[in-house]
Design a protein. Structure first.
Length: 47
């Protein structure tokens, strides 16, 4: 009989991101600018 691997929990519910990861994502999102020109989008990172 085949094992059902989908029944196992792969990650615990206490997995949380590091503070550094959160800060990196927030700073990146603040620096990202998207300018729409006609039907084109231009993405720039202001660092």
């Amino acid at each position: 009989m085949a094992k059902l691997y989908s029944k196992k929990r792969l990650a615990s519910s206490k997995m949380l991101p590091k503070k550094e990861t959160i800060n990196f994502i927030l700073q990146y999102s603040k620096a990202l600018r998207i300018v729409k020109f006609g039907n084109m989008n231009f993405e720039t990172i202001a660092n």
